[in-house]
Design a protein around this ligand. Structure first.
Ligand SMILES: NC(=O)c1ccc[n+]([C@@H]2O[C@H](COP(=O)([O-])OP(=O)(O)OC[C@H]3O[C@@H](n4cnc5c(N)ncnc54)[C@H](OP(=O)(O)O)[C@@H]3O)[C@@H](O)[C@H]2O)c1
Length: 326
């Protein structure tokens, strides 16, 4: 019975995953790591976790020590914090016993944007296929989630721990949990719109974004947990990198539905999304995403049985945002 440490347990993915893990593997000791003590009741009484540990990602000594005490660490907390990933890797390497520790890391398709600035679809943009190990070898620290991914791939190739990376597209759907989270994808889109006062898209908005429903993502992560405990790990770490996405949608279509939804919720007076040049699409890294194509392909994930069951994000946005006030 492997012990599992789940980091980022109160998030959109983490909370649902904790419940589904405990349902599927009731005898596996499950430790959840999070910082909000208000969530304790839910984890204790709804999920039935074995251990609750409070702390921030920044408490690296604590994360390292906890990782050293568990067989499997699942990180659904941060894909863009290499310091957190480093602490997990170091802890897993320090484990006692004959079995190697296992890291299952959730990364994001932001790695694979083509950095166009005009918001246009391009048939020449690179499609990143998980079945092509040369694509995965190109992952580097200049990519949105690349620093953590690279560190983990390198650790997996060194061979002292087993690594699996599930790289998922922007994620929609409704999560369960003690304090249900909108998820990072929706937080980025709605937060950016709020900060500039309207829902933007760049240029003609024909650039394509890869997206996935949270339930399809969770089913696949559980499949990887199964695989991690049932099969002998061989081959390079790049062969255990999985891209999962459900559909590719034009940024203009996402922006159009989002604008209508946020208008209905009283956030904006206009129900229209607005075409802007990239310089006016928001702050920080977000315009980069909005101006780009994100073309993921998951042949390797498909060969493990990854399936899309959810309806389109364009149908989902109004119901996903229903319960939230902005
Ligand atoms: N949602 C997406 O569109 C998407 C797509 C691809 C990849 N991913 C990746 O998947 C993972 C999970 O995403 P998500 O959407 O489930 O995220 P989320 O709902 O925002 O949850 C993030 C979790 O991390 C915790 N957290 C954040 N900063 C922390 C800190 N400094 N110390 C301790 N805990 C901290 C949050 O705790 P609090 O509740 O205390 O804030 C929460 O439990 C992330 O790595 C994300 O990048 C997400």
């Amino acid at each position: 019975m492997p012990s599992v440490l789940l980091v980022g347990a109160t998030g959109m993915l983490g909370a649902s995953l904790s419940r589904q893990l405990k349902e599927k593997y009731p005898n596996w000791p499950l430790t959840v790591y999070f910082r909000n003590v208000q969530a304790d009741y839910w984890f204790r009484n709804v999920v039935g976790v074995d251990t609750i540990e409070h702390g921030a990602f920044e408490d690296t000594a604590k994360v390292r020590a906890l990782a050293a005490e568990h067989d499997i660490v699942i990180n659904t907390g941060s894909s863009f914090d290499p310091t957190l990933s480093q602490a997990i890797v170091e802890g897993l390497k320090q484990r006692r016993g004959s079995q190697k520790g296992t890291l299952i890391h959730v990364s994001g398709g932001g790695n694979f944007i083509d950095l166009r600035k005009d918001g246009k679809y391009s048939p020449d943009s690179k499609v990143w296929n998980d079945a092509n190990e040369d694509d995965i070898k190109l992952i580097n620290s200049s990519m949105l989630n690349g620093a953590a991914d690279r560190l983990i791939l390198d650790a997996g190739n060194e061979g002292n721990i087993n690594t699996f990376i599930v790289c998922q597209a922007l994620t929609y759907g409704v999560a369960e949990g003690p304090l249900p989270s909108l998820g990072i994808g929706y937080k980025i889109l709605t937060g950016n719109a709020k900060s500039i006062g309207f829902v933007p898209y760049v240029g003609d908005g024909s650039a394509l974004l890869s997206v996935i429903h949270v339930n399809d993502a969770l089913n696949f992560i559980l499949k990887i947990v199964d695989l991690a405990v049932s099969e002998v790990v061989t081959g390079p770490a790049e062969s255990r990198y999985y891209n999962i996405y459900g559909e590719r949608v034009a940024w203009k279509d996402v922006a159009t539905v989002l604008a209508r939804t946020l208008h209905k919720k009283g956030l904006f007076s206009s129900s229209e999304a607005r075409s802007v040049p990239i310089e006016q699409a928001g702050e920080g890294e977000i315009p980069k995403l909005l101006g780009s194509n994100m073309l993921m392909q998951g042949d390797r994930a498909a060969s493990l049985g990854f399936k899309v069951t959810a309806r389109s994000i364009l149908e989902h946005i109004p119901e996903d945002l229903e319960a939230y006030s902005f």
